[in-house]
Design a protein around this ligand. Structure first.
Ligand code: AMP
Length: 421
């Protein structure tokens, strides 16, 4: 390798043993989805740029400033996915999944890319778990989606997180509210950039974290106070189902998520041990997204959870997420003949579902025993030349140091019975 090559700015490598924890977080966050009938989908990490410019929204920072967009050698404009929902929707539309049974429940997990200013918890390459329930607008489904997000965090043992919830209304009430908000924002002292953003999507100003902006927003009109009867009934029903499911939340009337397409139920999960980048996940209903991508006019709700940030939350709470590292058995051969026996024994054990390893390269007894200790194995099989001559191997309990001689023909069964129990 040439000198000085490093992972690109804002990216990082996940190495053992921490990588086991990363996998465990990913697995724990996705298990509740499988249990609830969501099907796994794999989509490309890059899409035609229009998938995101239309599907994420032209007013968002993600689209205007953060996308990794490039022309391929055929002159197509492609973009590395900055989030996973738009690609899933593109696949849903392309494969006409709406013509089957509804709702269509899907999940995926994988890399997302955003050209952000890197800081703790904010990276240019990160991993999201993403789920969507498409084709049905039923408040019970909104509650299911929110509850599945909560379940994943609970299953990890997290407690210091909070569910923020609001409703963003829909086509029947948002336009009137929007006018009120625009009139209010017009009277404020805002910089050029913010004014421009307000013109495209005034709701996004509510989400501005700067204190000088927040101070001016104290009396801003709120969407939840301007919901139509049907939006209010929808929101009330979602909250009733959440209560029935034993889930508590905090009303967050200023919550506006980073993407443009949300309607009605909108939520975010924040963790209190993470500092500035406290959002571990978020989502909501987006009844206009499919149509925006040229698909049928179907509703949808879903969320994205950040795996990297959830892992940071697990660390912040000091949780031991019980990751088994290392192998169960380790075989130490001395000499060429013993080595053949070792290779065969390790192969047999692995085939039988027992994790096993041996030494490679000429390590000598001392080095090999060190490797056995480091391997995490509870037991080692040591096969020396004298043992071999006597037709045995030594089965050693690495925790107590006790060892017994076992005939070579019985080693596999004995090891399996001892460590596999
Ligand atoms: P979003 O797609 O922006 O709604 O983000 C959903 C979740 O993905 C967030 O709550 C974070 O947990 C995670 N996330 C978003 N952007 C980043 C980033 N740049 N680095 C790490 N995690 C991120």
């Amino acid at each position: 390798m040439s000198e000085g090559l490093r992972a690109p700015k804002g990216t990082f490598d996940v190495l053992p043993p921490e990588s086991e924890r990363f996998l465990a977080v990913r697995e724990t966050l996705t298990a509740p989805l499988r249990r609830a009938g969501y099907g796994y989908v794999e989509t490309p990490v890059f899409e035609e740029t229009a998938v995101f410019s239309r599907g994420v929204g032209e007013s968002t920072d993600v689209v205007t400033k953060e996308m990794y967009t490039f022309d391929d050698r055929g002159g197509r404009s492609l973009t590395l996915r900055p989030e996973l929902t738009a690609g899933l929707m593109r696949a849903f539309i392309e494969h006409r999944l709406h013509t089957g049974a509804l709702p269509v429940k899907l999940w995926t997990v994988g890399s997302a890319f955003r050209y952000e200013r890197p800081q703790a918890g904010r990276y240019r390459h990160f991993t999201q778990v993403d789920m969507e329930a498409l084709g049905v607008d039923d408040p019970a489904l909104d509650a299911e989606v929110v509850a599945l997000g909560v379940q994943g965090f609970r299953d990890l043992g997290l407690t210091d997180f909070e569910l923020l919830l609001t409703s963003l209304g829909d086509g029947s009430d948002r336009p009137q509210y929007r006018e009120k908000l625009v009139a209010y924002l017009d009277r404020l002292d805002l910089d050029e950039d913010t004014r421009r953003r307000a013109e495209i999507n005034p709701l996004r100003v509510l989400d501005d974290k700067r204190p000088e902006v927040q101070a001016q927003l104290q009396d801003a009109p709120l969407m939840v106070d301007h919901l139509s009867d049907s939006s209010r009934a929808h929101y009330d029903a979602v909250r009733q189902y959440l209560t029935d499911l034993g889930i508590s939340w905090t009303e967050a009337p200023m919550l506006v998520r980073g993407l443009d397409y949300y309607t009605k139920t909108t939520f975010e999960f924040v963790h209190h041990g993470l500092g500035a980048q406290s959002a571990i996940g978020g989502g909501g209903r987006y009844d206009g997204l499919s149509a925006a991508l040229g698909g049928p006019d179907v509703s949808g709700i879903g969320y994205a959870v950040g795996v990297d940030r959830t892992l940071l939350a697990v660390q912040a709470e000091g949780l031991d997420i019980g990751v088994a590292t290392g192998v169960q058995a380790f075989v130490v051969p001395l000499g060429a003949e013993a080595k053949r026996l070792a290779v065969r024994l390790v192969g047999q054990l692995r085939q039988a579902g027992i994790s096993a390893d041996t030494v490679y390269g000429d390590r000598g007894l001392k080095g090999a025993m060190k490797a056995a200790d480091r391997s995490g194995a509870s037991h080692a099989v040591v096969i020396g030349e004298r043992d071999l001559a006597a037709g045995v191997g030594q089965l050693k309990d690495l925790r107590t140091g006790e060892q017994i001689a076992v005939p070579t023909g019985e080693l596999f069964e004995r090891v399996r019975a001892t460590v596999g129990a």
